[in-house]
Design a protein around this ligand. Structure first.
Ligand code: FES
Length: 107
C-alpha cells in the first residue's frame, strides 16, 4: 500500500514529519534531495521518533527520550539503550509528491 503524503517541496529538510501510512505512524524525513521513512516509534519504548533530532550528515534520527540514534536507511540504532532496529519504509518522489510504501524497504 502506498500513501501520497504531499509535495516534496513542502517538506522542510532536517525535520521529521509524522504521517499515517496504512494505519502505521511513520516519521518522514527529508535531507536535501533525499527522503526517508521510518516507523515513528522507538524500539526501546513507546516514544515518537518524529519528536527527536535529525542528524543530516549521518542520516540518523535521535530518540528524544534516551538518545539512541537510528539510521534512516536501515533503522539500526547506533547506541544503547535501544538494541533493536526500527522498521524503515520505501519513500520516493513521484511527480513532485512524496510516496511512502507500507512495505518494508529502503528509500
Ligand atoms: S525510548 Fe528511545 S532510546 Fe529509550
Amino acid at each position: 500500500m502506498s500513501t501520497n503524503i504531499g509535495k516534496f517541496a513542502d517538506l522542510q529538510s532536517g525535520i521529521a514529519h509524522r504521517v499515517m501510512v496504512g494505519g502505521i505512524a511513520v516519521a518522514v524525513v527529508r535531507i536535501d534531495d533525499e527522503v526517508f521513512a521510518i516507523a515513528d516509534k522507538c524500539s526501546h519504548a513507546d516514544v515518537s521518533l518524529s519528536d527527536g533530532m535529525v542528524w543530516c550528515e549521518s542520516k540518523q534520527i535521535e530518540c528524544i527520550k534516551h538518545g539512541s540514534a537510528f539510521s534512516l536507511e536501515s533503522g539500526v540504532p547506533d547506541t544503547l539503550p535501544a538494541t533493536q532496529p526500527v522498521q524503515v519504509f520505501r519513500a520516493e518522489v513521484v511527480n513532485g509528491d512524496v510516496v511512502v510504501s507500507s512495505q518494508e524497504g529502503n528509500s
